[in-house]
Ligand binder design. Structure first.
Ligand code: MN
Length: 228
């Protein structure tokens, strides 16, 4: 096979305790999956069907975990999220079979140009310019479920410069991991390598250059990212 120009390198994430890397296919993100965060964004926390948006696979790759403050925004927010990494896909996956699709979990940040997202919401337009910009999804190493199981409870928090900003628990997710996989597989054909960012607890807020973000998901790990 030859190409008209050199294709970009395949996107992959490191795996804890292994030399082999996790090859990424798509990145799906769940919106408003914690009630307190839905409320802080001005929405009803009642359990509605989940909704999804996507980021680009290469948005996960942030060299040296230095997040460059993006252009065209003055209100870039942190959203700490647990990543679900799939080793198996399918369509119309039953909830009770969904965890068999999970390879592992990771800690990530759904960085958001909140001002641009807000403008797009108001106009009824897609969110990409607020969500899917360069390096908008810093992600730590994938931790295999074979090592840690499938976390259902546990603290999720984010500190900025040592100060606690976001705090929640995995058990507060409106749509649990098996439910989101099942629901998503009714809309898309999931394949090995797909990543799901599972939503963020309350406390989202802005960062500025020089800030140090420290995210934690109990049972999965830590992620420290500098804003540059
Ligand atoms: Mn998010």
């Amino acid at each position: 096979m030859s190409y008209v120009f050199t294709p970009p390198p395949a996107v992959s994430l490191p795996v804890r305790g292994q030399d082999d890397r996790f090859p990424v296919h798509r990145v799906y993100c769940v919106g408003r999956n914690y009630a307190e965060h839905a409320i802080e964004m001005g929405h009803d926390p009642d359990k509605e069907p989940p909704f999804f948006f996507q980021k680009n696979p290469d948005n996960l790759i942030v060299p040296d975990l230095k997040f460059p403050y993006p252009p065209q925004s003055n209100d870039v927010h942190h959203e700490i999220e647990m990543v679900v990494a799939l080793k198996k896909g399918g369509t119309d996956i039953p909830v009770e079979d969904a965890l068999e699709c999970v390879y592992g979990y990771a800690v990530s940040l759904d960085m958001t140009r909140r001002d641009l997202q807000g403008q797009m919401k108001k106009l009824g337009r897609p969110w990409e310019i607020g969500k899917a910009f360069e390096m908008s999804a810093p992600c730590g190493e994938i931790v295999p479920a074979s090592d840690i199981g499938h976390p259902e409870n546990g603290a999720v928090w984010l500190k900025v410069n040592g100060e606690l900003r976001q705090e929640g628990d995995l058990n507060q997710m409106l749509w649990k991991v098996p439910e989101m996989i099942s629901y998503l597989s009714g809309l898309f054909t999931l394949v090995p390598g797909d990543i799901i960012m599972s939503g963020t607890p309350a406390g989202v807020g802005p960062v500025v250059r020089g800030d140090v973000m420290h995210g934690h998901v109990e049972g999965v790990g830590d992620l420290v990212v500098n804003v540059v």
